[in-house]
Write a protein that binds this ligand. Structure first.
Ligand code: SF4
Length: 473
């Protein structure tokens, strides 16, 4: 596995606090995660702390319990910090503890077992389902808090006698820390989130760069904006990650200049930014000889110029999120997005030389009926037909389709989740409708297999790929 690093590896010193950042999914998915990278940078700067990473082992891995760089067992870490970005990886988090010989229930861990800290969007929304497995849960952004946590740990270790109970008692006093052993199950509701950080003071960007990721190319990522000011009713970002904060032009330019020393490709992450500012940022990267990439986009914030720039830079795919049918978009707060506008974007992106198109859908939304699944299938076929009619028969159409996990703090918090077998039934119905429409449907739970499939065929006019976690639960 080849990887470029912006920070050199700290020399190993067994007396340092070993703080391991763990991602409960494979390296391909985990490396691009900026939360791990920004926290690594924070830890790296603290004296007497040795940061390292751990990613989910693969079946053929010979060292399933070893951390990435220092190759010591995860069990020997002082603190293991898990970032849990989506619900689908919760079981991996528990599997990692188990395979590494760390009792997965917090109540069964001893004084010499690592302290397990959990953070990330799933935790910030609702740590209660995984409360029995972690010692500390970070509610909110962890960049500032991590230093206080480490200092507290250092102080408790200083005398050579570490008492976990005393340590956790002190941690429970820190804003943003939910400690189930101290606060209990019901105490969670009283814990305030950490204060939102100033992203210009400590911007989030790549420090590890590798082409062995889902991007398939060496990419330097920059978080151009954190949070979102929209309030889509199902979404955690619009309610729990506020206010939205944007990088200043000068900070952004400095980061691009650093990034271009390591990679020609700069990927920007942002939600709901004005297209004019995005265009300015993309032009800056282009002017410096870089190639730009952007993630999935809100339709009303996507200009023709943005699509043209990313097309010229060689981005292969543009993804938008219709989420559901036009009727249900009114229910989720995205009523402004019309199918005809999406078809227009398909046309512009195909004409700008972007072959692949992605659509994200959620099933199991409140008030969804079988008619909605029919309409989703019809619209998917309409997009495929549009691509074909534009001569874009080599373009891949990828559908991300997952079920709704109603999130606390959002207006949908009391909505019912459909059962896994119901979700599976709706998925099968959708597939059969697409198949009857004359399309070959490839269903995948792993985006990494894409390259393998691509070798088999090069004309995709009759192919629709669905990426989903439905059926894996
Ligand atoms: S779905 Fe997108 S636009 Fe809507 S609140 Fe979430 S991040 Fe913002």
């Amino acid at each position: 596995m080849e990887e470029k690093r912006i920070l050199p590896l700290k020399p190993f010193n067994s007396n340092c606090i070993k703080f391991i950042l763990a991602f409960p999914d494979y390296y391909e998915y985990g490396l691009p995660n900026l939360a791990i990278q920004v926290l690594y940078r924070k830890l790296y700067k603290i004296r007497d702390v040795l940061p390292d990473r751990y990613y989910l082992y693969t079946d053929d891995s010979k060292e399933k319990d070893k951390i990435l760089e220092y190759k010591i067992p995860l069990k020997e870490a002082d603190i293991v910090g898990f970032s849990i970005p989506y619900e689908g990886v919760i079981l991996n988090f528990i599997k990692i503890l188990d395979i590494c010989g760390i009792p997965y229930k917090a109540s069964q861990r001893q004084e010499n077992d690592p302290i397990i800290v959990c953070g990330g969007p799933v935790v910030n929304c609702n740590p209660l389902p995984i409360a029995p497995f972690g010692d500390i849960f970070i509610l909110g952004e962890g960049e500032e808090l991590i230093k206080d946590l480490v200092n507290l740990y250092k102080n408790h270790k200083k005398n050579g006698y570490f008492n976990k109970k005393n340590f956790l008692n002190c941690v429970s006093q820190l804003r943003g820390c939910y400690v189930p052993a101290v606060h209990g199950f019901h105490g969670y509701g009283l814990i305030k989130q950490t204060k939102p950080i100033d992203i210009n003071q400590f911007p989030s960007h790549s420090i590890f760069i590798s082409k062995n990721t889902i991007y398939g190319e060496e990419t330097f990522s920059i978080e151009l904006r954190r949070g979102c000011n929209q309030r889509c009713r199902f979404c955690y970002m619009g309610t729990r990650l506020r206010p939205a904060r944007t990088l200043k032009e000068s900070t952004f330019k400095d980061l691009v200049d650093i990034g271009l020393r390591y990679s020609r490709i700069i990927k920007l992450f942002y939600e709901g930014l004005d297209p004019e500012y995005v265009e300015q940022c993309l032009e800056y990267i282009r002017g410096k000889g870089g190639k730009v990439r952007i993630g999935s986009q809100r339709l009303d914030k996507l200009s023709e110029r943005i699509i043209k720039i990313i097309g010229e830079a060689g981005q292969r795919k543009l993804t938008v999120a219709p989420e559901t049918t036009e009727r249900l978009r009114g229910v989720i707060g995205k009523q402004k997005i019309r199918n005809k506008d999406i078809l227009k974007i398909v046309e512009i992106s195909s004409n700008c030389g972007i072959p692949d198109f992605g659509l994200y859908f959620i099933i199991g939304l409140p008030f969804e009926t079988i008619r909605d699944i029919d309409e989703i299938a019809d619209f998917i076929m309409e997009v495929r037909e549009k691509m074909n009619s534009l001569g874009n028969i080599n373009g891949y159409l990828e559908i991300g389709l997952n079920m709704l996990y109603p999130k606390p703090w959002t207006p949908f918090q009391y909505a019912c989740t459909i059962l896994p077998n119901e979700a599976e039934g709706r998925l099968q119905y959708l597939i059969s409708k697409l198949s009857k429409g004359g399309y070959k449907v490839v269903v995948s739970t792993d985006v990494v297999d894409e390259k393998v499939e691509r070798k088999k065929e090069s004309v995709y006019k009759n192919l629709i790929k669905i990426e989903t976690t439905i059926g894996t639960l």
